[in-house]
Design a protein around this ligand. Structure first.
Ligand code: NAG
Ligand code: NAG
Ligand code: NAG
Length: 452
């Protein structure tokens, strides 16, 4: 990478930031996030029958808790683990209730503040702020990600183009990077978005990693060169910019956007329930204080509206839509909103199979894959279903590492392996687009020509 002469200046600016925002971004002695998670706990509960499911739905639906998995009390199922972040003053009550009902649970994280501090202590001791090379193995704030995007745009003019597709609720630009050789004008497009849900920090880390990999390996990896020559990737590293920023400054576990509500003090809409596809039906909430709030109307969120508009405009070229989430270790495809088989199931299923196989080949990490409704849960108004219903034949949502051990606090040491394996999966999906999917036809042929 070329030496960047602006680095000393950056270092100075960052030093200023260290001083000014010391208890926000650069903790020295102060507690992070104002110590708001002190004594909070994360419970892992597995209801084993319908009665326990009912008790849990009532219990967790009524006290104010932060559900990590699933995202809403109505989605609790038997034999499926529930991870729930409980405020300090509710932990004793919940524990007593669960014991009384004989529901099995574990306290997974006994003091959430300690866990948050552990991750950030590690961050503040690292040398990245004095370094000129961008460190892809740490989590970055929105400001850092955006200046990194500008730098990519500046230093790789032949393979990168950066543009904005609109503004967020709080007025931040919504930047997208176009990757790929600018030879032919009407190339097929793969859209990848990360950071739809603010607290899923591994998402933006993946988008950045993928850009780095594409640009570096273009020189020596023939597969990547082919992809970059024949396709364009549109990469949106942080979809929910306001929420992501808020998760750095105020609430590490914020999920939604930051829009205000006319009637309630609760802010934000679930940007993955706000799309115009079976909007606000099963698996979404109409209550503004819920984490899966669908919003006052479809595309009410400026971020969702901007992406929907962009995808509609480039509908003919966009051949794959990929949305990066966390956590669960799954690769999901439509439908989310109903139990039904998509028309091009064979092609999509085979692409998903190849992708998880490629992912597994890196470190032996297994991903489940299948239709979102049966593999994860039913949800309506998701971007993946919307993309599919708008003619994008390959629509996927990844749920990256892990399966709940660290949850949203995935340690930075796992950024490299998580992104390395996921890059393999995404490359496999993209490579598949360059071939015509023959499975459906082959099966037809088999019927017609049984000797094939
Ligand atoms: C749930 O898990 C328990 C214990 O593993 C098992 O006995 C039961 O059959 C499971 N129920 C269903 C419906 O899968
Ligand atoms: C627990 O604390 C929160 C904020 O600290 C407060 O809003 C809530 O009312 C408290 N709940 C109980 C049951 O005391
Ligand atoms: C990215 O670089 C191009 C020149 O290569 C420039 O025209 C464009 O304005 C840049 N994008 C942004 C957002 O600055």
């Amino acid at each position: 990478m070329a030496v960047d002469l602006r680095c000393p200046l950056h270092a100075l600016v960052l030093l200023g930031c260290v001083i000014i925002l010391s208890n926000v971004l650069c903790p020295v002695a102060a507690y992070l996030y104002n110590n708001r998670y002190a004594g909070d706990q994360v419970f892992r509960i597995t209801p084993i029958n319908k009665e326990e499911v009912q008790v849990l739905r009532n219990l967790l639906g009524n006290i104010k808790v932060d559900l990590w998995q699933p995202n809403s009390a109505s989605l609790i199922r038997h034999n499926t683990t529930v991870d729930v972040h409980v405020r300090q003053n509710n932990t004793r009550g919940l524990r007593a209730r669960l014991q009384k009902e004989h529901i099995h649970f574990k306290v997974f994280i006994s003091n959430l503040q300690d866990e948050v501090e552990k991750q950030e202590r590690h961050q503040s001791s690292r040398k990245r702020r004095s370094e000129c090379l961008y460190d892809y193995e740490v989590y970055h704030s929105l400001e850092e990600i955006q200046s990194w995007m500008f730098k990519m745009n500046r230093t790789h003019p032949h393979l990168v183009d950066m543009f904005s597709i609109g503004r967020s609720y709080e007025g931040r630009p919504l930047y997208v990077l176009q990757l790929g050789k600018r030879t032919r004008p009407h190339k097929k497009v793969v859209w990848i978005d990360c950071g739809v849900h603010a607290r899923e920090w591994i998402g933006p880390a993946f988008c950045q990693w993928f850009v780095k990999e594409a640009l570096h390996s273009y020189q020596y990896d023939s597969v990547m060169r082919r992809l970059m020559n024949q396709l364009n990737f549109f990469i949106m590293p942080v979809f929910n910019v306001d929420g992501y920023h808020f998760s750095w400054t105020t609430d590490r576990f914020w999920r939604k956007t930051r829009s205000r509500n006319a009637k309630y003090h609760c802010r934000g809409v679930d940007a993955n329930r706000n799309w115009k596809v079976k909007w606000c039906e099963e698996g979404a909430s109409s209550h503004p204080c819920d984490d899966t709030y669908c919003g006052p109307f479809p595309e009410s969120e400026p971020e969702v509206k901007a992406v929907a508009k962009f995808l509609r405009k480039h509908k003919k070229r966009v051949k794959a839509y990929i949305s990066i989430h966390a956590y669960a270790q799954m690769l999901l495809y439509p439908y989310s909103y109903k139990y039904a088989t998509i028309p091009n199931f064979d092609c999509v299923e085979s692409a998903a199979h190849d992708a998880v196989t490629a992912l597994y080949s890196a470190y032996g990490v297994r991903y489940r894959y299948g239709p979102a409704s049966t593999t994860l849960y039913v949800s309506s108004g998701s971007s993946m279903d919307w993309a599919y219903r708008n003619g994008i034949q390959y629509a996927f949502a990844f749920e990256l590492r892990d399966k709940g051990y660290f949850g949203f606090l995935l340690p930075e040491a796992q950024i490299n392996p998580t992104c390395t394996e996921t890059t393999r999966a995404v490359k496999t999906i993209a490579t598949g687009l360059l071939k015509k999917c023959e499975i459906g036809m082959l099966q037809l042929d088999r019927e017609r020509y049984p000797y094939l």
